[in-house]
Design a binder for this molecule. Structure first.
Ligand code: UDX
Length: 439
């Protein structure tokens, strides 16, 4: 079976590499020549643990190739996976421009019937719409292209494992043929396959992501209340987690969710519902809570510092979570903006996010990047923790005490135990827990 994957971002490349890993013959396509050049030379264009090694291994084995030549690749493809981005538009709806670009290239190039599989997250109804669009345009070619939905559930930082050992594979199809092709492709993974119609498959993706986002916003709201009434969110989460119906995961309070999925998928589903005359009250609240939560640390710190002007700030963590170099919707970005606009002197540390961050904050003379968290802490008046990288959580609070002018810490990811803050004698503000003051 000749499999082609369009897009070599987090979804496309991981899909291509993992399909090759289980023995399929895969060609990955991207319009970006530089990315293709990199991949041919053994460099993954994205930072994703374990990905580059398998990519190189499969390329050398001959299972995996890379090209910008979409014409020849789509010409005789049996199955074309689409894994390009669907970013959000200004109104919150999903932007399908990149999907349609690929679709138009398929229309232009396909010379035989094939199955198009949409992995990108798309609004409910899109698969059907695309199938109609394609077949209208290729009517005179005498071929038929069917479209199937196969949403992706991988998380960044664990993408390879999440794909090779997924909990389930969701497939939305309208024919036996499409069902059988996808069954054959996924058989070597040995993972349960949920087969539905296309609309349900599309909805499963949004409902799953939005439910997880809701869980986080719920915990953040409870955490905010815990601060007022003197409860401890970590203990509360632990106590809740023993109930199987609640589960242990996604109960961590913090400075809100970021990334390429939750922010955009909550807004897209909310928009879609509104567009259909229906209000999703829980999703609306999820989005609102997250918007506020992003600024939680700065709000807290304003009680302490009247202004950030000339304040030496240790800014620890830039990416939206550890294990990725992705900065999309990272809470660090709007907070950095505020601090810089108010004239703070910032030393920022992140183990992998700096290069991407530099593209967003160009020419800021008050923003310096340092190689270690300790360097950022030296002579700082205040430290903000935005990402729980091991390199950051591994620095003991007594080090903050040693290095900072005055150890005042605002931890947005609850990286430290309150007992540690007490014994290090630092001022420690976290999320959903009592503040520890110096003696
Ligand atoms: C998410 C989903 O997990 C994945 O299934 C989907 O396909 C894409 O979106 P990802 O965005 O890579 O994956 O990261 P995830 O680990 O889910 O974290 C998302 C955000 O939520 C991060 O900013 C993280 O810090 C935050 N988060 C997560 C919390 O604040 N608390 C938690 O308990 C869990």
């Amino acid at each position: 079976m000749k499999i082609v994957v369009a897009g070599t971002g987090y979804v496309g490349l991981v899909t291509g590499v993992c399909l090759a890993k289980v023995g399929h013959n895969v060609v990955c396509i991207d319009i970006n020549e530089e990315k293709i050049y990199k991949m041919k030379n053994g460099i993954s264009p994205i930072y994703e643990p374990g990905l580059e090694e398998i990519m190189v291994e499969m390329h050398e084995k001959g299972n995996l190739n890379f090209t910008t030549d979409y014409k020849n690749s789509y010409k005789n493809a049996d199955v074309i996976f689409i894994g390009v981005g669907t970013p959000e538009k200004a109104d919150g709806s999903a932007n399908l421009e990149y999907i349609y670009k690929v679709v138009d290239q398929i229309i232009e190039s396909a010379e035989k019937s094939c199955l198009v599989v949409i992995k990108s997250t798309v609004p409910i109804g899109t698969n059907k719409e695309i199938e109609l669009y394609i077949n209208e345009k290729i009517a005179e070619k005498g071929i038929k292209i069917e479209v199937a939905s196969n949403p992706e559930f991988l998380a960044q930082g664990t993408a390879v494992n999440d794909t090779l050992h997924a909990k389930r594979i969701v497939v939305g199809v309208e024919s036996e043929d499409a069902k059988n092709i996808l069954r054959e492709i996924y058989e070597p993974f040995n993972i349960p396959i949920v087969i539905t119609n296309r609309e349900s498959a599309e909805m499963i993706k949004y409902a799953s992501n939005d439910f997880l986002a809701l869980k986080i916003s719920f915990m953040n709201e409870i955490a905010n209340l815990c601060e007022i009434i003197g409860a401890n969110i970590e203990d509360v989460a632990k106590g809740m987690s023993y109930d199987d119906r609640i589960g242990k995961k996604f109960l961590k309070a913090g400075v809100g969710y970021g990334g390429s999925c939750f922010p955009k998928d909550t807004k897209a589903l909310h928009w879609l519902a509104e567009n259909n005359g229906h209000e999703l009250k829980t999703i609306k609240a999820t989005i609102e809570v997250n918007e506020n939560q992003k600024y939680k640390l700065l709000k807290k710190s304003r009680r302490k510092f009247k202004s950030f002007k000339n304040l030496n700030v240790a800014f620890l963590g830039l990416t939206f979570k550890p294990g990725t170099d992705d900065l999309r919707e990272a809470p660090s970005i709007p907070n950095m903006r505020v601090l810089l606009d108010e004239g703070a002197n910032i030393k920022a540390y992140d183990p992998v996010g700096v290069e991407n961050f530099k593209k967003i904050f160009k020419g800021e003379k008050n923003l310096k990047y340092v190689q270690t968290p300790e360097e950022a802490l030296e002579d700082a008046d205040v430290a903000f923790v935005f990402t729980e990288w091991k390199q950051i959580t591994g620095v003991e609070l007594k080090k903050y005490k040693e290095l900072m002018k005055k150890a005042i810490i605002f931890d947005g990811r609850n990286c430290y135990k309150l007992e540690e803050a007490i014994s290090a004698n630092v001022e420690y503000h976290s999320i959903g827990r009592n503040t520890i003051f110096m003696e």
